[in-house]
Design a protein around this ligand. Structure first.
Ligand code: NAG
Ligand code: NAG
Length: 436
């Protein structure tokens, strides 16, 4: 009898697995945090991701999108109402349903959406949140600027520690069976690095870059005078567009994207065993091949530039393309201003470092050059928030060059500089100089 039951066991297990599978629903959360024409590419990436999920059968009502929505109808858009994600590419804006736009695109709302906090979202956008359950598969795609332990989000920061706690809560409350997260941002590896994403909570994440480097923009468009995509994002999406996702595993997609993204180190985190699951389990099944796969696709590595150099590159292109002396002069002036802003940014960080450690020159040198891993989140979060709000001159969220220097704040915290000393240094810089 017992032996008979034992023999039946694999069948029962398989049947049970099937029944789980049948019940499991696919959900998507797609976010572009930035705004402004210079950042065209982020919303273009997000729209493309939306098209992939929809095309692959994930219903509109199970995809939640957040994006500022100032690109399609931007006055700088030569093709009003359309957004493309590669040169001569198809419109990816068509049909995108946006749930949260403009100032609704912020970290608090994002975390509430993930936690399924319906009450917390009443009166905001259309109030939709993830309503996934213990058998469901959730795919999250985030695109914006980043810094150590931070992804920029509208005019605010989403901190790694807050994302970490939200994912733990989602796991605790069984808001997913399995979850996959793809993040495009500078230094995005720092969002999951150093055990921020446990291996035993059924989450698999990949990031565009490691914890210490930029992610790269690509596909500079001369007509639109902006970049159309980001290397990591277009690599995974162009792969999803052409592969049969019901036979391609997450690991295979990761390996392809990692190999093809030669501008930064694409990373994987969390439960890597989940890598053997098919991509279709998260991005949906593509029964017919995508519109994108029919034309040859240009190589995004060829004109890739680090995210913080995007604005500089666009202005340089505008100088080249200027149609009159007057226009050339105007853009050249903007370029000069940008160079001055960059020098001031460096000066500001150096000034704050020096004041934080009583002008200890050797220590300042270390602070400006080391790249210590971020562990002291309890220090880093309050001091970077303090900097963001009390040194508005840095324009920390919009000026992508500034967050590239936040590693100095990681160093300050890792050297156990008291928070009060750091905040005092910020105050003093704001009072005594015009840097903030
Ligand atoms: C990782 O994911 C695999 C595949 O879903 C699962 O079988 C395994 O139990 C998970 N590992 C941990 C430590 O949770
Ligand atoms: C990346 O690959 C392209 C060709 O695909 C090549 O031109 C470029 O130099 C490579 N960049 C790096 C940083 O290796």
């Amino acid at each position: 009898m017992a032996r008979k039951l034992l023999a039946l066991l694999p069948l029962l297990v398989a049947a049970y697995a099937r029944s789980i599978n049948e019940e499991s629903k696919h959900w998507g959360v797609i976010v572009a945090g930035s705004n402004g024409w210079f950042n065209y590419r982020h919303q273009a990436d997000a729209c493309h991701a939306y098209q992939i999920l929809r095309k692959n059968g994930i219903p509109e009502e199970r995809i939640i999108t957040m994006m500022y929505d100032d690109i399609a109808n931007n006055r700088e858009n030569p093709t009003p109402g359309k957004i493309i994600n590669r040169p001569d590419g198809p419109d990816v804006y068509h049909g995108v349903k946006i749930d949260y736009r403009e100032e609704e695109v912020n970290p608090e709302n994002f975390l509430k959406v993930l936690k399924g906090d319906k009450e917390g979202m009443v009166g905001i956008g259309n109030g939709r949140v993830l309503e996934s359950g213990p058998n469901d598969h959730v795919f999250v795609n985030f695109v914006d600027h980043g810094a150590p332990g931070i992804i920029a989000f509208g005019s605010k920061f989403l901190h790694a520690s807050d994302l970490h706690h939200t994912i733990l809560k989602m796991n605790e409350e069984q808001r997913y069976g399995q979850m996959v997260i793809y993040v495009e941002a500078c230094e995005s590896g720092s969002m999951f690095d150093k055990n921020l994403l446990p291996k035993d909570i059924n989450v698999f994440a990949t990031t565009a870059a490691n914890a210490h480097e930029s992610s790269y923009a690509c596909y500079m468009d001369k007509e639109r005078k902006t970049f159309l995509g980001d290397v990591y994002s277009v690599r995974w999406m162009e792969d999803s567009d052409k592969e049969d996702l019901s036979t391609e595993t997450l690991t295979k997609q990761f390996e392809i994207v990692r190999r093809e993204t030669n501008t930064s180190h694409v990373m994987e985190f969390g439960n890597l065993t989940m890598g053997s699951i098919d991509v279709a389990e998260f991005q949906g099944k593509n029964t017919e091949m995508h519109i994108f796969d029919k034309q040859p696709i240009p190589n995004p590595n060829l004109d890739a530039v680090p995210s913080e150099d995007v604005e500089m590159n666009i202005l340089q292109l505008k100088v080249q393309l200027a149609e009159s002396d007057w226009e050339r002069e105007l853009v050249s002036q903007k370029l000069e201003d940008l160079k001055i802003t960059r020098r001031r940014t460096e000066e500001t960080f150096k000034h704050i470092m020096a004041l934080s450690v009583n002008n200890n020159k050797d220590l300042v040198y270390d602070l400006m050059t080391e790249r210590l891993p971020l562990l002291a989140h309890d220090c880093y979060k309050p001091v970077t928030e303090y900097l963001r709000t009390n040194c508005p001159g840095l324009n920390l969220v919009k000026n992508d060059y500034a967050p590239r220097h936040l590693y100095t704040f990681v160093n300050l915290c890792e050297h156990q500089t008291p928070q009060e000393a750091i905040m005092g240094a910020i105050d003093k810089t704001a009072e005594d100089t015009d840097l903030c």
